[in-house]
Design a protein around this ligand. Structure first.
Ligand code: AMP
Ligand code: MG
Length: 325
């Protein structure tokens, strides 16, 4: 059995074919980037429209299959930016109707969370999900994802990108901030943990203010990382303590950050918990995760019919029933 997955929630249009033995047959992506500004939703959607046909063709070619051999199509239904979600949805729907295939809508965050199971022998981890738009500490309890803590304003990746825009680092800025941080030292920025939740916008506002006052960019990058990663490590530790779980996995684009992984891994070691990192190649947006979870949902037979489907820009992961496991 084979699934064609299509991802498109923000900056990346991607397609992947995966089989029921979890073999990744293809993984094709195109990511919208900018030199100086942040992400412009309409431009990102235009970029995706331009690339979509090539992405699908290449995904099938790389997998060495035709539509005949595809059993189901899955797409990222939400959450995300509406213009991007529409490109992926319209593409997936058109292909499903033209080729008479079932169509499965996949929650993008649940797809990210499940990526770890493709590569690690995970049982029941605390998920540290840190992407562009999202920052959430999540566990699975009684077939539902429970968000134990989350950002009260913007996601961590977007926070980095916002600072990056002020410092003319382009989009995405996370990796550049990580590089610049290597030569920085600490200046004080607001540390904001409220119960299990975190807040990054005060920290970013202060960092931008300091940047305009002439503080060193290296120092600000270093201090941003130290502050927000410490905040998230603190909340993750409390999540482990409360739930008595013994595994942590970090996922999402920001999971590529070595300093963050170092902090989490030290904390886990001190608590005798196992620490896993989603392989960097699959930490950010891609379609492998959509195909993987889409196939699972398809096999569970619990999905909506094609004419009930629509994009869900604000679809929270804790609204789902996890009945595919
Ligand atoms: P995603 O939305 O999951 O695709 O992740 C994209 C986000 O990850 C962007 O906001 C990037 O700035 C951020 N990101 C990517 N690499 C790094 C890194 N090495 N350190 C921090 N953030 C990163
Ligand atoms: Mg994502």
């Amino acid at each position: 059995m084979k699934c064609l997955g299509i991802e498109g929630t923000a900056h990346t249009i991607a397609a992947s074919v995966i089989d029921d033995k979890n073999k990744i047959l293809s993984d094709v992506r195109a990511m919208y980037t900018t030199e100086k500004t942040g992400i412009i939703p309409k431009e990102a959607a235009l970029f995706m429209k331009e690339k979509k046909d090539f992405i699908i063709e290449t995904a099938l070619k790389e997998a060495n299959v035709s539509f005949k051999e595809i059993d189901v199509i899955a797409f990222s239904q939400g959450p995300g930016l509406a213009p991007s979600l529409l490109v992926a949805f319209n593409l997936a729907k058109e292909l499903a109707l033209n080729h008479k295939k079932p169509l499965v809508g996949v929650n993008h965050i649940a797809a990210h969370l499940n990526t770890g199971f493709l590569f690690h022998k995970l049982k029941d981890p605390v998920y540290v999900f840190v992407s562009g738009a999202n920052t959430q500490i999540i566990v699975l309890e009684s077939k539902k994802y429970r968000i134990l803590g989350e950002t009260l304003s913007i996601g961590l990746g977007n926070a980095f990108d916002k600072f990056g825009r002020s410092a003319s680092l382009g989009f995405p800025a996370g990796q550049k901030i990580e590089e610049l941080a290597k030569d920085g030292s600490y200046v004080k920025l607001p540390y904001s943990v409220k119960g299990m939740d975190v807040e990054f916008s005060g920290m970013i506002t202060e960092a931008i203010k300091k940047l305009n006052q002439g503080f060193s960019l290296n120092d600000l990058c270093y201090s941003l990382q130290e502050t927000c990663f410490s905040m998230l490590t603190e909340v993750t530790e409390r999540a482990l303590a409360h739930t008595e779980k013994s595994e942590v996995i970090v996922i999402g684009g920001v999971a590529a950050n070595k300093r963050f992984n170092e902090m989490l891994s030290i904390m886990c070691k001190e608590r005798n918990a196992k620490f896993y990192i989603c392989p960097i190649k699959y930490a950010g947006d891609q379609a492998v995760m959509i195909a993987y979870l889409g196939l699972k949902i398809f096999r569970s037979k619990k999905f909506q019919s094609i004419n009930q489907l629509d994009i869900l820009p604000r679809w929270r992961v804790d609204e789902l029933k996890v009945n595919w496991a």
